[in-house]
Design a protein around this ligand. Structure first.
Ligand SMILES: Cc1cc2nc3c(=O)[nH]c(=O)nc-3n(C[C@H](O)[C@H](O)[C@H](O)COP(=O)(O)OP(=O)(O)OC[C@H]3O[C@@H](n4cnc5c(N)ncnc54)[C@H](O)[C@@H]3O)c2cc1C
Length: 386
């Protein structure tokens, strides 16, 4: 049992910290205020190769593991930024790597690694299906050498900032299926060729997330852009869930550490009643409590990541890491806000922005309720609750 990062992992952490140091609080605050996309930041990470961490070397990436990818995302959030602006390239990578054909990988991966193409959009959620993905209604019908897609998606992030999107659509009607997890397929959609066929309606959300409703009407996708086999797309999506949960956990750990550091600093500096507010247990205990919870969640995150990279089963650990880390980050956010008093609500302190951003991690990309349902059913053997 070794709880230390390798020298290479430590170097990655330090290098990301250094790059993020080029994009300070004021940068993120301004982007948030203007509801902009942090293009300069994403381009810098891309040109340094960090967003190609999970792409194998033979396709132009660095062939790192999920452990290293998670350190990259953690450090972005820990620096005060938001890894959500670019994490999808890592979330979705496994689907393409595991299930894409050699031809598809050669066509897309080197360009993604080199920054020529962006794959930051992932279209799964629909208004009528919600968390019940097997109920999605967007249909893809085969017409000769193409699929024609009609339907509606909701909460699809970074469509306007991406060249490519992975899209989940129904290829067999729900009522015709014995096994309801079948009948869905994943497509690589070239958004540059989709103009006029996908209406993208940006959503006005609590956070700056570049998230949209999509109205898809007669989108034609070449059959060669089907990923893997027709009808087993839901399986491919599930295959990516452990990686996704580990990466979200790391982002939450990064947020949690940012909140704890900011809170402890402010608690030491702010003098009220003639002494630092951090001398009061009402201020210091919640910060210490959050710190302990973040450290505990971090151990589960590294356990999950290590198992993932060793290709061992890690569903339980990945789900627990996501649950514990997102809750610990939210606890740290509250402690930090309380510590800052009224200033916690002032944009210039950045607490309110990070507070809004970290809350998302308990809900998306998967709600903690469904994480608990997974643990209850698949780990503890209790009946399905839905
Ligand atoms: C900012 C943002 C960005 C997003 N980006 C993307 C994206 O890029 N691509 C994409 O495909 N999706 C994206 N999503 C969608 C996100 O994954 C979903 O919002 C999330 O999975 C929950 O689905 P829902 O909102 O329909 O909630 P619902 O399924 O309607 O659930 C509502 C509440 O009920 C609970 N609930 C439902 N069923 C059960 C049950 N059986 N047991 C216990 N509780 C239950 C849920 O946990 C949740 O708390 C994004 C969402 C947000 C907010």
């Amino acid at each position: 049992m070794d709880f230390n990062l390798t020298q290479e992992q430590q170097q990655i952490r330090e290098e990301i910290r250094r790059v993020c140091g080029e994009f300070r609080d004021a940068y993120w605050r301004d982007i948030d205020k203007k509801r902009d996309y942090p293009d300069a930041f994403v381009r810098r990470l891309t040109e340094l190769g960090w967003l190609a961490a999970l792409i194998p070397e033979e396709y132009g990436g660095s062939g790192l593991g999920i452990t290293e990818a998670s350190i990259i995302l953690e450090e972005i959030n820990r620096s005060g930024g938001s890894a959500t602006v670019c994490h999808a390239q890592m979330y979705t990578m496994g689907t393409l790597l595991r299930h894409g054909s050699e031809e598809q990988k050669r066509r897309y991966l080197p360009k993604i690694a080199g920054g020529e193409l962006r794959l930051q959009a992932f279209g799964v959620t629909e208004p009528n299906a919600g968390s019940e993905t097997t109920r999605i209604e967007t249909t893809a019908s085969r017409r000769g050498d193409r699929y024609v897609i009609h339907g509606q998606k909701i909460f699809i992030s970074r469509v306007l900032q991406s060249d490519l999107m992975l899209l989940l659509a129904r290829t067999t009607p729900y009522d015709e299926l014995k096994d309801k997890t079948q009948g869905l397929s994943v497509f690589i959609v070239d958004l540059r060729e989709a103009k006029g066929k996908i209406e993208v309606k940006p959503l006005d959300l609590m956070i700056n997330h570049h998230t949209n409703a999509l109205f898809i009407d007669g989108l034609e996708v070449p059959a060669e852009n089907l990923l893997g086999q027709e009808g087993v797309g839901f399986r491919y999506i599930i295959d990516g869930w452990n990686a996704e949960r580990i990466l979200v956990a790391a982002e939450a750990i990064g947020d949690g550490r940012w909140f704890v550091e900011r809170a402890a600093k402010y608690a030491n500096e702010r003098i009220v009643f003639g002494r630092p507010i951090g001398a009061n247990q009402g201020i210091q205990f919640p910060i210490a409590q959050a710190y302990a919870r973040i450290e505990a969640a971090d151990l589960v995150r590294f356990q999950a990541a290590t198992k993932f990279d060793r290709k061992e089963r890690c569903g339980a650990e990945a789900n627990m890491a996501k649950l514990l880390a997102s809750e610990a980050a939210w606890e740290a956010a509250n402690a930090c806000l309380t510590t800052h008093g009224g200033y916690g609500f002032a944009a210039e302190y950045d607490v309110e922005r990070k507070f809004r951003e970290t809350r998302l991690l308990t809900v998306a990309p998967v709600s903690n309720n469904l994480v608990l349902a997974y643990l209850a059913q698949h780990v503890l053997g209790m009946p399905k609750s839905y």
